[in-house]
Design a protein around this ligand. Structure first.
Ligand SMILES: O=P(O)(O)OC[C@H]1O[C@H](OP(=O)(O)OP(=O)(O)O)[C@H](O)[C@@H]1O
Ligand code: HPA
Length: 269
């Protein structure tokens, strides 16, 4: 299932330039500064080991074809392929603070006997989760669950698979599922069922983006659970702030619409 346009390049991604030797600095214990070893002196075994590091190094990593092609989307240190920015880094930061303040007030109001467990849905939620929990002023535990349904495409398989489970015991606890995006609703509905089975007493969902136009699966919050969302997302395939296309773009600090020509129509589902 390769959605990217064919690119002429090979399947290797150079991380360091080939060419002349790049001698690595030697750390001198005495001075705590970096220096090169004295010339014409037989090197000690330790120095010999260090000397090996002076060889010119070109690290190439074999990548699957789609990933190698996606790597060529990078131009001048920025990603190509973004049609337009929907939310800037500053707008995101401001909104995440508001959502965290709402969560803080609600968690305090619930007077929980045990701290809430914030369950981030890997991989996409990792950025939002990190930003959010640092702004919530209440005791909480953090855990991760991995659910996948999009693979390398832009269309949900409709059957999310939980490929990595929780470490924390959520029985009898208030759980906040932290998502980067609720789109069809398949993932969140599958996770709520999963957490209910594990005995969570109440389940909230806090999603950075909510794309109601694509919703096809209903989900019910549990007990005192509440739905929180950062922004309502228009019906575009978006990337950045943790969200990917074929595992790329997650590191963009903003959210943008991916140009349609970056992917072909996904016929795999
Ligand atoms: O509401 P839905 O239609 O189910 O879509 C939402 C899910 O899709 C994405 O996960 P994906 O399967 O792409 O895995 P990822 O988090 O590793 O990117 C996203 O991170 C959500 O978890
Ligand atoms: O629009 C989206 N972008 C990235 N990942 C997603 N998973 C569901 N919808 C999206």
């Amino acid at each position: 299932m390769t959605m990217l346009q064919p690119m002429p390049n090979s399947g290797t991604l150079p991380f360091l330039p080939a060419g002349p030797a790049y001698p690595l600095p030697f750390h001198s214990r005495k001075t705590s500064t970096f220096s090169t070893p004295p010339a014409n002196k037989s090197p000690s075994p330790l120095a010999r080991l260090r000397l090996r590091r002076r060889r010119p190094r070109t690290l190439t990593l074999a990548l699957p074809a789609a990933a190698a092609q996606a790597a060529t989307m990078v131009s001048d240190g920025a990603y190509a392929g973004i049609d337009r920015v929907l939310w800037t880094e500053a707008e995101i930061a401001a909104r995440v603070s508001e959502v965290a303040a709402e969560l803080t007030a609600d968690l305090r109001g619930l007077r929980l006997r045990e701290p809430a467990v914030f369950v981030g849905v890997a991989t996409g939620a990792f950025v939002f989760l990190a930003d959010l929990v640092r702004r919530v002023d209440a005791p909480l535990a953090v855990d991760l669950v991995r659910a996948e349904s999009y693979g390398d495409g832009t269309v949900s398989s409709g059957r999310p698979t939980i490929t990595s489970d929780l470490k924390v015991d959520v029985a009898g606890k208030h759980v906040v599922v932290v998502e980067d995006i609720v789109d069809t609703g398949n993932t969140v509905s599958c996770l709520i069922a999963h957490l209910e089975k594990k005995g969570a007493s109440s389940i909230s969902v806090c999603t950075f983006l909510d794309k109601p136009a694509r919703r096809s699966a209903d989900f019910q919050l549990v007990g005192d659970g509440k739905f929180y969302r950062g922004f309502e997302c228009p019906d575009y395939f978006v990337v950045g702030y943790g969200m990917d296309y074929a595992e790329f773009y997650r590191n963009l600090p903003y959210v943008g619409v991916l140009k349609a020509e970056m992917y072909k129509k996904d016929t795999s589902n």
